[in-house]
Design a binder for this molecule. Structure first.
Ligand code: DP6
Length: 335
């Protein structure tokens, strides 16, 4: 039997407006629209193959600087659920082999699920010959469980429209990756292990007394970010990004039970950014579901900021990212 095979590459993304809380946990429907920028140095490449020569489904993952490893338990289950969803679409039962390589280290505290699930889904539909347009791919990716992955399907700067139901909840492109020469310097701390998953955070988000207030503020902030992207107003973008990060973490810290993602290192970086800003060096902070600080800056200030960030005692290493293309197919397979 012919082997069905495809390989896709896809970026992680950093959210300027965050997805936090699910209106429908099964369909992965968010309460609010979210906006992100794809990251060109945080990539996942995934090869998917289906063949009757395989005895069972297998999933192998490799991070930068570590060996490829067979995964099992919950991690495997999450991948295989998406594999099953695609097998069901065309009614086949062939076993699958999935190999996934990440361009960043496992201990970077960077959620690999956005890049992983967008690359996986594109490779799956391609290997099986399931015809989908970009919007359908974004919906199919979202159903895989990592909501933020739906944004990595498109190039550059992307909005995930919350929608009312599964068919109306998908991503759209705001601007391509060449639109604005921004950078995201990820400052990875020495003590950075994400301890509470985003999934657990989504489930308890509405228990925060500030969740409703956040929802009231979001339409205006979201409009502001979109305007700042159109007009390339960096100061406006930076201020809104920071307000949004604080809003998300305020909700997380006041949920039942509370989730504290920030640590001492996070605060050291925030304080340093504020001090450098006073002197005219502009870098703005945002954090996803972990203590790492993403420093959003303009290209001309990236190397100076990077040098200073690396000198901070809490910073283990940094990764400099530019806006990136979204999920795409590549010819070179991993096996
Ligand atoms: C804080 O459920 O998409 O990053 O756990 O990586 O699958 P994974 O994340 P997901 O939640 C993302 C939460 C967030 C904000 C965002 O990216 O919008």
């Amino acid at each position: 039997m012919k082997i069905l095979k495809a390989t896709a590459i896809s970026p992680a993304n950093i959210a300027f407006i965050k997805y936090w809380g699910q209106k429908d946990a099964k369909l992965i429907l968010p309460f609010n629209n979210s906006i992100s920028m794809n990251l060109d140095n945080c990539l996942t490449t995934t090869t998917v193959a289906f063949s009757d020569q395989f005895r069972e489904d297998s999933v192998r993952i490799k991070f930068y600087n570590s060996a490829e490893k067979e995964v099992d338990g919950k991690q495997k289950e999450r991948v295989i659920t998406q594999v099953n969803r695609s097998r069901e679409q065309i009614g086949i039962k062939l076993p699958a082999k999935i190999v996934s390589h990440n361009s960043f280290p496992a201990d970077a505290g960077i959620a690999s699920s956005a890049s992983a699930f967008s690359a996986l889904t594109l490779a799956l539909v391609t290997a099986l010959g399931i015809k989908v347009n970009k919007r359908e791919l974004s919906i199919f990716t979202r159903l895989g469980g990592s909501g933020s992955a739906t944004r990595s399907v498109y190039d550059g700067f992307v909005e995930w429209q919350a929608g009312k139901d599964s068919q109306s909840s998908y991503a759209v492109q705001l601007h391509d990756e060449k639109w604005w020469d921004l950078a995201d310097i990820v400052a990875v701390g020495k003590d950075d292990q994400k301890k509470v998953s985003s999934l657990d955070g989504h489930l308890i988000a509405t228990t925060s007394p500030y969740f409703a207030a956040r929802q009231t503020e979001l339409p205006q902030r979201t409009r502001g970010i979109k305007e700042a992207l159109i007009t390339k107003d960096f100061l406006k973008l930076g201020r809104l990004i920071e307000a949004e990060a604080v809003s998300l973490h305020l909700v997380a810290m006041s949920s039942q039970p509370p989730i504290f993602y920030w640590n001492e290192g996070t605060m050291q970086i925030v304080q340093a950014l504020l001090a450098w800003r006073e002197k005219g060096l502009l870098g703005f902070f945002t954090m996803d579901a972990g203590p790492n600080v993403h420093v959003i800056c303009r290209r001309q200030e990236a190397s100076q900021l990077n040098k200073r960030l690396r000198q901070l005692s809490s910073v283990k290493f940094t990764i400099i990212n530019r806006p990136a293309k979204g999920a795409r197919l590549v010819k070179k397979h991993l096996f």
